[in-house]
Unconditional design. Sequence first.
Length: 421
Amino acid sequence: PGRGAEPALVAEPRLRPPEERLAKPRGEALLADFAAGGGSSSSLQPKTLDGVFCFGGDEEEHVAKAAAARSAEDPRAQVLGMLKLADIHAQAGRLQEAAKEVEDAQSLIRELRFEEGRACILVLIAKIYAKQGKLSTADQLDEALDLAVEAQEKFQKFGAKKCEAAALLALAAVRHVAGNYEDGNLAAKEAQVLLEEMGEASAVAEVYHVVADGYLLRDDTKRASTWVSKAKEIQQDLGNRRKVAECLHRLGEIDIRANDRAKAAATLSEARSVFKEIGDLKGELVVLKTLQDFHLKKGRLAEAIGIGQEMVTTCHDIGDTRGEGNALMSLAELLLEKEEIDLCEKVLKTAHQVFTKCRDADGVGKVMTLGAHLKNAALKRQIKESITANADQAHYPVHHMVELGLQQRTAEAFAALKTGL
């Protein structure tokens, strides 16, 4: 698509004539119309257009709000609930799920001629483009920039400041991916000013994360770490310990990237401790995975296996059956690499039971595949043990026995060849 065209992901909605759109309530008034229409769940619905975008916060709480909006009678509320869920997915990096929600919302937007919903979609698509790094051509770059700029202008007209800030952050992310870091930071600064005017301190912390993303794109880990630390300070002042732990986890990842392994180990351990103290097992699990990868990169297989065992227990404790099966599979792979054949077999059997329990056919298939590798490894071990035992009995070193075996097979092959001739 050329400059100014709608993206292929979402078709151009049919908008009402200008005179009809001017008569339609906008911004807070629009959502006030349906905020009370959702029965007992109305308190969970976004009360303003600004409620669509998350700016961090607790994912479960945002999901609950999105679900409440989607169950409302007003179809505009349903659209905004779908778009909120799309933003949740995009923020978590689940881009396919985000795109699916956007596509589903688009069909309703066409029917409703819902201009505010269309503006939200422009932000979300620009966000998805930036997260995918989908800016390999000049047309794609122009398209993503146009989407974010158009959305910002629309939200400015609607008077939805938080949505305008979301559009500016999407614009910043696109500019960063395109290598235009200065202009990207300027857009982020504009978003920061808007959010500070609204008293949205936690959202300002999310702006700092976007700035850090830009520095990471150019491998400036020092400045990226500085901005994440600023975000952490805000969350500390707000008393949001979960967000503090998330910032610590991100700082640990940046330390790994900077090859400061001692600092990374300390920071990740601190992040894990905070998650554990507040009882956030899911957060702790994310940190455990990072720690495991960290140990594997350093070649510390035993430590990685130990963490793998903790990950299995944590998944079990939070009731994530499929996650438990995947953790068991990862653990089995590490045990196989260390040639812990018997223990690997026990772990695989448990994984098979877990995947069967949750009816995960793909998981069962993975168990069978790794099981085949395990049988080969077990067979190799048996051969090696047999050769060693025979060598001891015959008083020959193992390598001599192997050489004698090769010599014998070579002689037999030559004899067979001569006979054939």
